[in-house]
Design a protein around this ligand. Structure first.
Ligand SMILES: Cc1cc2nc3c(=O)[nH]c(=O)nc-3n(C[C@H](O)[C@H](O)[C@H](O)COP(=O)(O)OP(=O)(O)OC[C@H]3O[C@@H](n4cnc5c(N)ncnc54)[C@H](O)[C@@H]3O)c2cc1C
Length: 488
């Protein structure tokens, strides 16, 4: 069997980041990717503010924005759309029917959230501390976390502690009157989560995403494929061996320690260190096998919440796409989530594993093509999605704003399809919910945080670890650092 210092299961962007760091340290690394291309879920991503600056610098990643017009366009049925412009994180209204008081309050809420998310942001790039480890470094990190919150000052600290468990609907309804503005912020809070605007913790998810993205609206549209190409080039430059179209069937172990992996075609590779870019449930229950894990750990793995509910819709139209009442030259992110009630109704269907009659949409337009994130389209067990019905519902929403839609091509990628293609249990775009009990030192769950696992030599490096999903690469970086530390 061919032998490597480290084997990485999966060539998602986190797997690529981890392998680049390890090979830069002189380790002989093998990446095994199920699909014919690396990049994983990044295939569906459009925008990102959030590639870690450390990774950009240390791996020499340089990806340009596709357009420089950072607008958020929140669509209204009466065609009086709200347009916000974002200049380096500074938001201003270009057009809205909200009164001046609401506009001011909206910007002030965002500034408050920004302040809180900056405090959380300080923890995003680090490996989360281990409570009760008895190590000074962990204790120091915990104290510094508490100190950063205390440094907000009495008033702001109290406000942060007040809102952290609240639902976003309550906070917005206490402060605003305009439905569209409330819908817009609620959308950012709940997209990609299993929460509605009235679910407790929906402010925390907004703060958390803002902390990761360093921005409330994840706006910068970049050539994601170019980002992945550059990561792959970096692996190649550092002589990482990448095998594509090959699936790992089993992580091999002996006496509670990793010994290698076996592929579905029977081929095997040897290593004392294996990192999994697959999600936690797939890693533990399918690749490792429950038989070598203890009962309590298996219970925690099974309880990890990972029901995906975002689908990707791709449409090609016969003619160039024009949106009613929007200047042709206007670029940006379009959102249709016109109020708290609308989103909450869409969420209600999701609770019962039904897709929303009236879905919420976030989309980008490029001449004749449109690509949208659709929610809520829940992951389904034992039944199939009626894809045409979902597409019809989306088109019915879109045709309120795009006159005379002549569709020449349509494609819907449901969470079930994402699971099938990338082996992501539940088809969740963060590999698991970002909620208070699945964050920081509790991500994915107790006994499996800080990138290590109960099996010697087995590590997690995907979106199921801290700080969660998105294209930061931080999970890969932190996990690689942990392996490098342990290799010493
Ligand atoms: C519709 C959609 C839109 C999104 N939009 C954005 C966005 O605009 N901005 C943003 O920042 N994020 C976005 N995301 C989220 C982001 O894409 C993911 O969180 C991120 O890509 C996760 O990266 P990862 O490397 O941790 O895991 P993944 O991308 O899931 O990679 C895991 C890899 O492991 C491989 N694998 C799994 N099991 C095996 C096995 N047994 N053998 C071999 N290979 C295996 C898979 O094929 C996959 O390539 C979006 C996600 C979706 C679904």
């Amino acid at each position: 069997m061919k032998k490597f210092d480290v084997i990485i299961i999966g060539g998602g962007h986190n797997g690529l980041v981890a392998s680049s760091y390890l090979s830069k340290k002189g380790k002989k690394v093998l990446v095994i990717e199920k699909n014919e291309n690396v990049g994983g879920l990044a295939e569906y991503a459009e925008s990102l503010n959030c590639i870690s600056p450390i990774i950009k610098k240390e791996l020499g990643i340089n990806v340009n924005n596709i357009n420089h017009s950072n607008n958020i366009i929140s669509l209204e049925d009466n065609q009086n759309h709200t347009i916000l412009s974002d200049k380096n994180g500074k938001l201003s209204f270009v057009q809205t029917n909200a009164d001046e008081n609401d506009q001011k309050k909206f910007l002030s809420i965002i500034n408050n959230y920004k302040l809180f998310s900056k405090t959380l942001g300080a923890f995003m790039f680090q490996k989360p501390p281990r409570v009760k480890s008895g190590k000074r470094a962990d204790l120091f990190q915990l104290i510094s976390m508490g100190w950063k919150i205390r440094k907000l000052g009495k008033k702001n600290m109290r406000e942060l502690l007040r809102v952290i468990g609240l639902n976003i609907a309550d906070d917005l309804e206490d402060n605003l009157n305009n439905n569209n503005l409330m819908g817009l912020l609620s959308h950012e809070a709940v997209l990609g989560t299993n929460l509605g605007p009235r679910s407790p913790g929906s402010i925390l998810t907004l703060l958390y995403k803002q902390a990761i993205n360093d921005n409330i609206f994840n706006l910068n549209k970049i050539e994601v494929a170019e980002y992945i190409n550059q990561l792959e080039d970096c692996c190649n430059k550092n002589t990482v061996e990448i095998i594509k179209s090959s699936e790992v069937k089993k992580i091999l172990t002996q006496n509670n320690s990793v010994t290698g992996v076996q592929l579905t075609n029977g081929e095997g590779f040897e290593s004392k260190y294996v990192m999994s870019n697959a999600d936690p449930k797939t890693t533990y229950l399918n690749l490792l096998g429950a038989e070598i894990l203890d009962t309590d750990f298996i219970r925690r793995t099974k309880n990890f919440r990972n029901k995906g509910n975002v689908a990707k819709l791709e449409l090609a139209l016969e003619n160039e796409i024009n949106i009613n009442n929007i200047d042709k030259k206007m670029n940006g992110k379009f959102i249709y989530a016109p109020g708290i009630k609308y989103i909450e109704h869409a969420f209600n269907a999701n609770k019962y594993n039904k897709y929303s009659e009236n879905p919420c949409l976030e989309f980008y337009v490029n001449q004749k093509t449109l690509s949208a994130n659709v929610y809520y389209v829940p992951y389904l067990i034992n039944t199939n999605h009626q894809e045409n019905e979902i597409i019809e519902r989306c088109v019915s929403v879109l045709s309120k704003f795009i006159p005379d839609m002549k569709i020449v091509k349509q494609k819907l990628i449901t969470p079930n399809k994402m699971e099938e293609k990338f082996n992501i249990a539940g088809g969740h775009w963060h590999h698991g919910d970002l909620e208070i009990d699945q964050l920081l030192m509790m991500r994915p769950f107790y006994g499996s945080a800080q990138y290590s696992t109960p099996i010697n030599g087995l590590y997690l490096c995907g979106a199921g670890t801290h700080p969660g999903g998105g294209l930061t690469g931080i999970n890969g970086l932190n996990a690689a650092k942990k392996v490098i530390e342990d290799l010493k």
